[in-house]
Design a protein around this ligand. Structure first.
Ligand code: SF4
Ligand code: SF4
Length: 285
């Protein structure tokens, strides 16, 4: 049975939410849509996106609060009631459940059921394959609206219709329709809410706010998709080598070779190759 988390802790008034994602997945937009949907449902709400030097692929966080009364707090949400994770691999490098309240709710983008997630602690888990939903509806791995429907059903608040109104307020025309399809599909496909499978708290990994370049650190876990070069099609034009922002492509015997520890999966090489010799493969697959 899906429990309405909001109703279950209504006496405490304020609900704090932390959203984990990567640049390009729409975490900031997710925070605003969530706050606006709560507002449409009659709550006071607040969205706090964390801007830094993030760019596509870099881990980032955003925060949301809503309450029955005016929200006066302005600091980050350090002990969230709900954590939303837009990226299927970010939990391998960040402690996404850090500070999550006892009995709280973790909503993960993963193709695995709640029983098989590796994040553990005394909280509940719901999962949804938001990447697949985003690809089916938006044709891009922008997973924000593809997880907000799951939020509505798993947390029991805000209403799905309120998310739809918030989406139409932000996105016009066809883009709005595609995002409505994503939020509805997410609502339908989210798993049941289950107790986290591992009772002990997950070991702290890296700091929640991390960023950097592949030349300085291993960024391979940033990837949702991995570029693969078909050397039979490659004409050695060097476009991918020239435009890769991470210098992740080296030149070996007149052919490109990807150094995967430097590759953040931005897809620029895929777009730049004039003969379609580079294809993206899903990391999870
Ligand atoms: S190899 Fe391709 S996908 Fe990887 S960082 Fe470079 S341009 Fe981006
Ligand atoms: S852009 Fe395409 S054709 Fe040109 S070197 Fe890279 S893989 Fe080969």
């Amino acid at each position: 049975m899906i429990v309405c988390l909001y109703d279950s802790i209504r006496g405490l008034f304020m609900i704090g939410i932390r959203i984990h994602g990567r640049g390009g997945q729409g975490a900031v937009t997710a925070s605003r849509l969530l706050a606006e949907a709560a507002f449409i449902d009659g709550k006071f709400s607040q969205a706090i996106p964390m801007y830094g030097t993030e760019r596509r692929g870099a881990p980032l966080t955003a925060y949301v609060r809503f309450d029955d009364v005016r929200v006066r707090e302005r600091e980050l949400v350090h002990e969230p009631d709900i954590v939303v994770v837009l990226d299927p691999l970010i939990s391998t490098e960040q402690s996404v459940a850090e500070g999550l309240k006892k009995g709280g709710l973790l909503i993960l983008n993963t193709s695995s059921p709640p029983e098989e997630v590796t994040v553990g602690g005394d909280f509940r888990v719901a999962t949804v394959d938001a990447t697949m939903i985003a690809l089916e509806t938006l044709k891009r791995p922008i997973t924000n609206t593809a997880i907000l429907g799951a939020f509505s059903k798993a947390a029991g608040f805000p209403k799905l219709e309120s998310f739809e109104k918030a989406i139409l307020h932000r996105f016009l025309g066809r883009i709005g329709e595609m995002n409505i399809a994503a939020v509805r599909m997410s609502y339908e496909r989210v798993s049941e809410v289950k107790q986290a499978p591992i009772k002990e708290a997950t070991t702290v990994k890296r700091d929640i706010h991390v960023g950097g370049y592949g030349v300085l650190k291993d960024v391979s876990s940033w990837r949702v998709f991995t570029p693969k070069i078909n050397l039979d099609k490659c004409t050695s034009c060097k476009s991918c080598w020239l435009f890769c922002p991470e210098t992740a492509i080296k030149w070996v015997e007149n052919k490109p070779e990807i150094e995967y520890h430097k590759c953040k999966g931005c897809g620029i090489c895929v777009n730049e190759c004039p003969v379609d010799a580079i294809e993206f493969e899903s990391v999870e697959a």
